[in-house]
Design a protein around this ligand. Structure first.
Ligand SMILES: Nc1ncnc2c1ncn2[C@@H]1O[C@H](COP(=O)(O)OP(=O)(O)OP(=O)(O)O)[C@@H](O)[C@H]1O
Ligand SMILES: [Mg+2]
Length: 261
């Protein structure tokens, strides 16, 4: 059965897109069928897979406005088993348009209805805000991964994010539990890195899963998008590549329930 996972944190630059691109690639290389939906007007996940975002018209935007079906916007990538639904700046008008429709929070979920069965995983790359695009992403997902950058303000805004998820659960009756907290840009050798890790553990550790895999700061992860490739294809030996492969294995171990942990 498909698992739909939103990659979520309204804090900018914490590694959401890097995670969406490389974790999906890793899972596809491990034999899973994966779709990435780019829900960010910045279109960084689209670029990260080498798609020229300004040349595509069939993006997630006309899907959300009901002009085309989601299936029509799916593009295959160079990676076998991995497809994407691209995005670009046109999506920036969507917040206002969606707000005028009935049931503005569940438009993505409804659009995804027919396609879900073709995939093992669908990842939604969410923009850095708590607006309608993000709320649609939470409603459409079965669970969320929250990347947290290991820096001083890491947990700032986390209460607002948890509150937004709680409102989606109670008001829209659409729970989307945390699949895992992912430490990104993490360096266990620095005191700050270790401090942030222990703060995250204190904040979430009792109740939520914190992935055992952490993502190190690795320049190859930052370089790869300019080559239009996931890091896993750009430098297969890099520490970033190895970390995302390890994370994919950790997620595969969770398949079939908590017993496999
Ligand atoms: N582990 C890492 N090591 C080094 N650079 C990284 C790492 N993760 C992300 N980066 C770089 O940091 C920047 C922000 O990462 P990314 O785009 O993945 O964050 P984001 O949360 O999607 O940002 P936004 O909120 O703007 O969508 C990018 O330039 C990316 O290449
Ligand atoms: Mg992003």
């Amino acid at each position: 059965m498909v698992e739909i996972i939103a990659i979520l944190n309204q804090k900018g630059g914490c590694g959401k897109t890097t995670t969406a691109v490389n974790l999906s690639t890793a899972l596809a290389l491990l034999g899973r069928k994966v779709l990435v939906i780019d829900m960010d007007p910045q279109g960084n996940a689209t670029t990260g897979f080498g798609v020229e975002k300004n040349d595509v018209e069939k993006t997630i935007y006309p899907v959300l406005t009901g002009e085309i079906r989601l299936e029509e916007a799916i593009l295959s990538t160079d990676i076998s088993g991995l497809d994407i639904v691209p995005s670009n700046i046109s999506l920036s008008g969507a917040e206002i348009e969606l707000s005028k429709t009935i049931g503005p929070h569940s438009i993505l979920k409804e659009a995804m209805d027919g396609v879900s069965d073709s995939y093992d995983y669908i990842f939604i790359d969410v923009p850095p805000s708590l607006g309608l695009l993000t709320l649609n992403s939470i409603v459409a997902s079965d669970s969320v991964i929250i990347p947290i950058q290991a820096e001083f303000y890491a947990l700032e805004g986390m209460a607002d994010l948890i509150k937004a998820m709680g409102l989606v659960e109670t008001r829209l009756n659409s729970p989307s539990p945390i699949k895992g907290i992912l430490l990104t840009l993490y360096d266990s050798r620095t005191r700050l890195g270790r401090e942030v890790y222990s703060n995250v553990k204190e904040y979430f550790g009792e109740t939520e899963n914190i992935f055992k895999t952490t993502i190190p700061r690795n320049v190859r992860l930052a370089e790869a998008p300019s080559h239009g490739k996931p890091c896993i294809l750009y430098d297969e030996e890099s520490s970033g590549t190895l970390a995302y492969l390890k994370l994919a294995e950790e997620i595969i171990k969770l398949e079939g329930g908590e017993d496999n942990k």
